[in-house]
Design a protein around this ligand. Structure first.
Ligand code: ATP
Length: 354
């Protein structure tokens, strides 16, 4: 485990007027790089061979560092090259997936925007549920044993990428039949969760420790295959429906009915407060709640992502919500750079970098 004081010591050695914001070339890198530049920072992208063309073509990166494997980012020599450039790393979904929360916590000796402890809380389903419950959010009912299944449920597996491998069932026998088909070795490690029917909303928040404020920057709905395709053919497929899957293939912009906004804002605030109580200094910067609004207009939250999410790519040029908060186009990537800029100005970088 790398201590916070060790990271802050590294930060002490950085020239405040020569900082570089860096990330890996994937996920939300384009908006992170553009946002850094818009806020006056030098930027850098770490690319696996073959993907650099995207960043060169869009002309958003000041420097491209090539690697054969992303794991190379953890080599001492490579980390020293980053520290020589006064690099602050901005984590995103692929970044966390490639390096793993454990290795980021124990091996990545580079200042990181946000609290690296949060990655462990969001990636472990038990800890995640503890956090959301502590925040007083409504969660989908979970069934400890399959015998008790009395409604439509979604069976989730750990580390499922974008819902791949999930299945649905509505009776214990159906569950057993489908589980058997999967021929799993480790049968214990699934979660049986009530399938909540309603409208999905994925609000993108930003918590600023400097302002002690939770901002709602934008919102999306994920487009998922094949479930969203099935709905178009529901009547035709009713005699022989395929097994639904939930693989993210795109993102659709959405605004919520205005009377739902108080609940949406409150959920964000509660999650931040709970994080501060559970793992001080808690969540810092961007996060997203995956929620479903029921017909009673109540929100049920089934997941949290405690870093920038891909749905924010819809809003590189700002969103209706960010437009109310900021006169300039404020993407989540740019908002991260703005927080770092204000922290430098206030001599408070150690409040946003861990
Ligand atoms: P990611 O890490 O990309 O968020 P994941 O593998 O953790 O994906 P989830 O986000 O938990 O998967 O779920 C994938 C999709 O399944 C959701 O976007 C949603 O459409 C659906 N889903 C998940 N949980 C529920 C639920 N309890 N009720 C209804 N739909 C759900």
């Amino acid at each position: 485990m790398i201590s916070i004081s060790e990271i802050h010591r590294l930060l002490d050695g950085y020239a405040r007027d020569g900082l570089t914001l860096a990330t890996m070339g994937s996920h939300t890198a384009l908006q992170i790089l553009k946002g850094a530049r818009d806020e006056g920072f030098r930027n850098l992208v770490i690319c696996k061979r073959g993907v650099e063309a995207v960043y060169q073509q869009f002309g958003v990166a000041d420097e491209v560092l090539m690697v054969d494997e992303y794991q190379q980012c953890l080599d001492e020599e490579f980390m020293q090259r980053l520290r020589d450039r006064n690099v602050i790393l901005i984590p995103h979904g692929s970044f966390v997936e490639y390096l793993s929360p454990q290795r980021i916590e124990t091996e990545l000796r580079i200042p990181l925007f946000g609290n690296r402890m949060v990655l462990e809380w969001e990636s472990d389903r038990v800890k995640e549920r503890t956090w959301l419950a502590h925040a007083g959010l409504r969660l989908p009912k979970e069934f400890k044993t399959p015998e008790n299944i009395d409604r439509l449920v979604l069976v989730k597996f750990p580390g499922a990428k974008g819902g791949r491998g999930y299945f649905i069932a509505s009776k214990p026998e159906e569950f057993e039949r489908k589980l058997e088909k999967l021929k799993l070795r480790d049968k214990e490690r699934f979660t049986i969760q009530e399938f909540v029917i309603g409208t999905r909303f994925y609000p993108h928040y930003f918590y600023s420790p400097l302002k002690d404020r939770v901002e709602l920057l934008s919102m999306d709905i994920r487009y998922e295959s094949n479930i969203d395709g099935i709905s178009r053919l529901a009547t035709i497929l009713q005699d022989n429906p395929p097994e639904p899957s939930f693989v993210v293939t795109g993102n659709i912009p959405v605004v919520a009915r205005e009377s739902l906004l108080p609940q949406i804002l409150e959920m964000g605030q509660r999650v931040v407060k709970a994080s501060q109580e559970l793992f001080s200094p808690g969540l810092i910067g961007p996060f997203c709640l995956e929620t479903i609004s029921t017909e009673d207009m109540e929100f049920i939250a089934f997941e949290i992502s405690a870093r920038i999410v891909a749905g924010t790519n819809l809003y590189i040029n700002g969103s209706p919500y960010s437009h109310l908060l900021y006169p300039e186009p404020m993407s989540t990537g740019r908002r991260i750079a703005r927080e770092i800029k204000e922290a430098v100005r206030d001599d408070a970088l150690e409040r946003v970098i861990y």
